[in-house]
Design a protein around this ligand. Structure first.
Ligand code: 5AD
Length: 418
């Protein structure tokens, strides 16, 4: 069994800032070899069902945040969710991922019913991605049969986390429309100053000093879930030092699943508006527009530089994650696909990734689950799935069958350690 690579913080920073195409090609080849030796050639497909776009939170980057009053909201009922999962099961998928905003109406019992119905009628593995939820809810869902849980910690920099995640309000949903106006006003203000790289949400920085998602991840582990987390790449205010710490956090948490995607600015969010203005002003985020191949003779970036929200940095993160967590399941994320389409997915599969998550949200809801733009482009029709399988085979890989739980989780369950 391939051992996790012994990569310290400085070495991680060095590789993340590296722009030498030959060194990067070696990194990707090494990650690909570890992927092959550890999890084999299978690419597992997960049916993503976006159950509700109602969200009580006001995350500064997310298009379905409560402040976005212009967005029509939907919530699928149990029948629609189960039918979407059954559709995926008929097409041969072994896992359903139920994802939603932090929707208070998706209460403990409602979700438990969905999980039980999917497990009973399809036998699929069920992954939940429903935000920061209470231990009681997580325990109930686990008892109902949920196998896995995804909760990205987004960044290991507590201060940056606090700045982009205002604390949840009591009755947040009722206030969503009113706070939309205020949030958008504060969004344009720092952007117009141009030089301020971080969102200045008054009070947000003082309100929280640590990322509460780590405690949730710990609870998930104790409850016996297969645990997934991850980060966005290129959040304004994120440095290469921060990304290196993110990778070290993945190792410490011994994650079974790691989702990493580029930050895609959404114009109706404070952070998206700011990133777009920074780009217009020629700031570091202008590198969003860079071609996806590194140019020859580039100076390496500085460790404290703003991380570009681009495909290349995401590939580096995927490759390093594979080296640090050889037995993890690592998706070629939708955000990466939105940014670089089929070629980006292919490259992700070539540098450590082994999972793809086709969208099975019914088409009439899909455009409304707009956490970032361009997300609703794909479709779940049999034809799209056939194309996806063909792409996987063209990459020299096989389409996984069954539940496809991570190697690390299987080993932990068999008492062999990760
Ligand atoms: N760009 C990229 N990823 C995003 N997410 C939310 N908003 C954006 C965005 N604008 C990611 C977050 C979240 C996951 C469900 O989607 O990392 O955890």
């Amino acid at each position: 069994m391939t051992q996790p690579a012994d990569l310290g913080h400085d070495e991680l920073v060095r590789l993340l800032t590296c722009t030498d195409p030959e060194r990067l090609a070696r990194l990707y080849a090494q990650a690909d070899a570890v992927r092959r030796e550890t999890v084999g050639s299978d690419v597992h497909l997960r049916a993503l069902v976006e159950v509700s776009n109602v969200c009580a939170r006001r995350c500064a980057y997310c298009g379905i945040a409560a402040y976005n009053g212009g967005l029509a909201r939907y919530r699928m009922d149990e029948g629609a969710v189960v039918r979407a999962a059954q559709h995926a099961a008929r097409l041969g998928l072994g896992t359903t991922v139920l994802q939603a905003g932090e929707d208070p109406a998706l209460d403990a019992e409602t979700v438990a019913l969905m999980v039980r119905a999917i497990k009973e009628s399809t036998g699929m593995a069920v992954t939940l991605s429903l935000g920061e939820r209470s231990n009681e809810e997580l325990a109930l869902w686990r008892k109902a049969g949920a196998d896995r849980y995804l909760l990205r910690f987004e960044t290991s920099d507590d201060e940056l986390f606090a700045q982009i995640h205002p604390p949840a309000e009591v009755g947040a949903l009722a206030h969503a429309a009113a706070s939309a106006t205020a949030a958008m006003a504060s969004a344009t203000e720092p952007a117009s100053r141009g030089s301020q790289p971080r969102v200045q949400e008054e009070g947000a920085m003082l309100a929280r000093t640590s990322n509460p998602r780590f405690a949730v991840l710990e609870s998930l582990r104790e409850l016996g879930y297969e645990v997934g987390s991850g980060v966005m790449v290129g959040i304004p205010g994120q440095s290469f030092e921060t990304l290196a710490s993110d990778l070290q956090r993945f190792s410490e948490l011994e994650l079974d699943m790691v989702g990493i995607g580029p930050f895609i600015p959404h114009p109706d969010t404070p952070l998206g508006a700011q990133a777009m203005a920074n780009r217009a002003n020629g700031h570091a985020l202008a590198r969003l527009d860079e071609p996806s191949q590194p140019s020859q003779g580039f100076e390496p970036a500085k460790p404290t530089d703003q991380v570009p929200a681009d495909a290349n940095t995401t590939f580096k993160m995927l490759a390093l994650t594979r080296l640090l967590l050889p037995g993890a399941n690592i998706p070629a994320t939708t955000a990466l696909g939105v940014m670089g389409e089929e070629a980006a997915r292919r490259q992700a599969l070539d540098c450590g990734a082994n999972v793809v998550m086709p969208n099975f949200t019914p088409p009439r809801f899909r455009a409304l689950y707009s956490i970032y733009e361009g997300k609703d482009a794909e479709s779940e029709s049999g034809k799209v799935l056939e194309d996806l399988c063909r792409q996987i085979e063209a990459a020299g890989r096989t389409v996984g069958t069954g539940a496809g739980s991570s190697r690390s989780f299987q080993q932990r369950r068999n008492g062999q350690g990760a």
